[in-house]
Design a protein around this ligand. Structure first.
Ligand code: GLN
Length: 471
């Protein structure tokens, strides 16, 4: 698996092609996510979601209020189901790439499906009278399937650029992660602005065009910069003796798969907390935070881009830090544990915000607490998310790499799902208890991971041992 053309900034040039492709895909994905709920509420009557649909008595004094509540809940429900399924299909997409298509074909098909999905959502309703809801579900279905083929496979290709034991791998995934977040910032601003200021459906069309740019970039440049990476399905690759790799897993390989599954399982707790960003923390920002900064009231939704901006700022430092640490670099389970501690610290900051407002109905917390929380959450994310992607590619037996990458995303889907449930709980038990609870859970998970890190590293059978590099 030698990439075709030389290096840039000490990494194979193919890394930057994957960076660009994933940036456009995430622009499309997060752009759509940013306006989706707003679109569902604004176009509710086209979908037939009116008072009669929700069984609201139109003569009630608060009928309008009830409708708004019902529409919000309906929209959030659809978003939650979408966010879950979008991370279930990577298991299927990973399997298909490993066994039949190879990753390159899978990401192109996945990218085109997602483009069509955005276009389905963006089709103006006057062209499809009576089929509005069918197009909505068609669009979501295409996005869910497309992401399944795309997301795990672009991630495994990053790993395929590096030989086993190459210490640049974690740094490479951290750089790749910057592409993800650059894409999400672009999406929030470009798709978000066009969607909110012009028309939501134009926003989806622009998101579809962004996806198309990613596909074109990939088709145009992959031969030159990716060589044969991702061309052949892994299960059909031959080993050093020329035999096709269909041997049963060795006990070492089984141990390594165990490590992937155990560590992915812990990420449920991480995403459960982290994904409060768009839910309960967003509402806390809107309703219980003083958003006036130097006389200007900033929209709560702007705070959503604090995380990707911090990722872009911190990622190079984290990548450099891991490399600089040399032999002292913590192993992946310890990095995960650090990720959990940072997540916990972020929620302690939210607890402080809750303490500041106390029982008062009108008091507002300082915005500093939220920004601090997002900062800690981002630091945690950088210790866990790119490291996890890297880990999967280090540990997975060749023929299961994309499938296991799909599993990694599956657990994050479960985390997203749990996050929504916890988000609703914040309304019931109040922010102080809910945020403190999540903080404690994160600290406990971090401590457990730290304690079992030695065992997990044993089960990796040398996958994280340093090899001298010729850089
Ligand atoms: N924000 C990251 C991405 O979009 C992580 C997603 C996840 O693993 N749930 O790739």
């Amino acid at each position: 698996n030698k990439p075709a053309t030389g290096t840039m900034l000490g990494h194979p040039k193919g890394l930057f092609l994957l960076f660009g492709t994933e940036m456009w895909e995430r622009m499309s994905y997060y752009g759509m996510r940013g306006i989706f709920v707003l679109y569902l509420v604004a176009f509710a009557s086209s979908f037939g979601w009116d008072m009669a649909y929700f069984g609201i008595d139109p003569t009630a004094i608060d009928a309008q209020e009830q409708l708004t509540k019902a529409l919000n809940k309906n929209a959030l429900g659809i978003l939650g189901i979408y966010a879950f399924w979008v991370y279930v299909t990577p298991v299927l997409g990973g399997w298909v790439a490993d066994n039949h298509w190879g990753q390159r074909k899978a990401i192109i098909i996945g990218g085109l499906l997602m483009m069509l999905g955005q276009f389905a959502l963006g089709t103006p309703h006057q062209f499809i009278p009576g089929l509005e809801i069918e197009f909505l579900y068609l669009g979501l279905f295409l996005l869910i399937m497309g992401n399944g083929f795309f997301k795990p496979n672009i991630s495994t290709m990053v790993g395929d650029l590096y030989e086993e034991g190459d210490k640049r791998r974690d740094a490479a995934f951290t750089i790749f992660y910057m592409g993800i977040n650059l894409g999400s910032i672009l999406g929030y601003f470009v798709v978000g602005t066009i969607g909110e200021k012009v028309n939501y459906q134009y926003g989806f069309l622009v998101a579809g065009v962004g996806m198309l740019l990613g596909v074109i970039l990939q088709i145009a440049m992959s031969k030159k910069y990716l060589g044969n990476v991702g061309v052949e399905p892994a299960a059909k690759k031959t080993n050093d003796n020329g035999a096709v790799s269909n041997a049963p897993l060795t006990s070492e390989e089984r141990d390594r798969v165990k490590v992937i599954l155990i560590m992915s399982f812990f990420t449920i707790i991480f995403w459960l907390g982290f994904e409060q960003a768009a839910g309960s923390m967003n509402l806390f920002a809107k309703q219980k935070t003083d958003l006036v900064v130097m006389g200007f009231e900033i929209p709560a939704s702007w705070l959503q881009s604090v995380n990707p901006i911090f990722v872009i700022l911190f990622a190079p430092m984290f990548a450099a830090m891991w490399l600089k640490m040399g032999a002292a670099e913590p192993n992946s389970p310890k990095k995960f544990a650090m990720g959990m501690f940072f997540l916990g610290l972020g929620f302690i900051s939210m607890v402080m915000a809750a303490l500041q407002i106390g029982d008062s109905e009108t008091a507002k917390a300082s915005i500093i607490w939220l920004v601090l929380a997002y900062m800690f959450h981002t630091m945690g994310e950088l210790c866990l998310s790119p490291i996890g992607l890297s880990l999967v590619t280090k540990l997975a037996p060749l023929k299961y790499t994309s499938l296991l990458m799909g599993m990694w995303f599956f657990f994050s889907g479960v985390g997203n799902y749990a996050a929504a449930a916890v988000g609703q709980m914040v309304g019931d038990v109040g922010p102080f208890q809910a945020f403190l609870g999540v903080a404690i859970m994160a600290f406990v998970a971090g401590i457990i991971l730290w304690l079992v890190s030695g065992k997990l590293v044993d089960w990796m059978h040398g996958a994280e041992d340093t090899k001298p590099q010729d850089m």
